[in-house]
Each structure stands twice: as structure tokens, then as C-alpha cells.
Design a protein. Structure first.
Length: 150
């Protein structure tokens, strides 16, 4: 699973990177500190998933989601926020999943896997899957399940 991390807080990016790099199925492609940096990365690497701080500066989140998917239509986006109440807004805006920054690390990893696996299920038979997109997990109940995009 190829991931971009977008968060304006260096300590959060560092902690997420350390967590993700311990998983052999995950490759962190890069980090962005704002919307412009995220769009630059997405246009170059087209990741499997973007882990997006819901309060990332630089652009309205709905517009940012549209721009990310305009550059890479197959990308999954999981919103991350220190405000659990932001879940409704993020899901309504079209993210594929949501994790609170206060959730346990296992919940973050399971949500990322669930979203990427759901994307694999949408690939037609015989199509090549993205490198590193494997990994079986059980989705956790509650707010971390990957959602269907409307």
C-alpha cells in the first residue's frame, strides 16, 4: 500500500511515518505540510491512499478532495482529525474513511487496509493491482470502517 501523509504538524507526521514504516505492506511515499504540497505529491506519484489531516491548511477540504481525485482518480482518502466530531463533515465531503488522532494505532492501520482493500475489490478481473496493495484485515466496527463513496 503506497501512502502519502498530509499533516501540518511535524510531530504527527513523524509519529504516523514511524507507525506505518513498521508495516511491511506499507510504503510512505512522502509527506505534505499543506494543500499545495499534497497536490504536488499526488500529481507525481498517484498513491493508493492519502492520509489527510482534516484541518490541513491551504484550501477548503471539499475542493481539496476534488483536486486530489482530479489528479489521481483511484486514490482513497482517509481523513485524520483531533476532533472526533469532524467525522460527519469529512464523510459528507466524500472521504473514504475517518480516524480520530486519539484512536489506537491498530485502528488507523485497519482503516487504511480496509479502504485500500475495498478499492481492490472495485478493480475488474484480470486488471493489474497496484504494487504493495495486499494485506488481509478485518474491518473494525464503528467510525473507522471504510465508506462507500457516493
Amino acid at each position: 500500500m503506497r501512502i502519502l501523509v498530509a499533516d501540518d504538524q511535524a510531530k504527527v507526521r513523524s509519529a504516523i511515518r514511524l507507525l506505518l514504516e513498521h508495516d511491511e505492506d506499507v510504503k510512505v511515499l512522502g509527506e505534505a505540510v499543506d494543500a499545495t504540497g499534497l497536490l504536488d505529491w499526488v500529481s507525481v506519484v498517484c498513491p493508493d491512499l492519502v492520509l489527510l489531516d482534516w484541518e490541513l491548511p491551504g484550501r477548503d477540504m471539499g475542493d481539496l478532495l476534488d483536486a486530489v481525485r482530479g489528479n489521481c482518480s483511484r486514490v482513497k482518502v482517509v481523513a485524520l482529525s483531533g476532533r472526533p466530531e469532524a467525522r460527519r463533515e469529512a464523510i459528507a465531503a466524500g472521504v473514504d474513511g475517518f480516524v480520530s488522532k486519539g484512536d489506537p494505532p491498530e485502528r488507523l492501520l485497519n482503516t487504511l487496509r480496509s479502504c485500500v482493500r475495498r478499492g481492490r475489490n472495485e478493480v475488474s478481473e484480470g486488471a493489474a493491482l497496484p504494487e504493495g496493495s495486499g494485506g488481509e484485515t478485518q474491518g473494525l466496527p464503528g467510525s473507522t470502517d471504510c465508506t462507500e463513496r457516493q
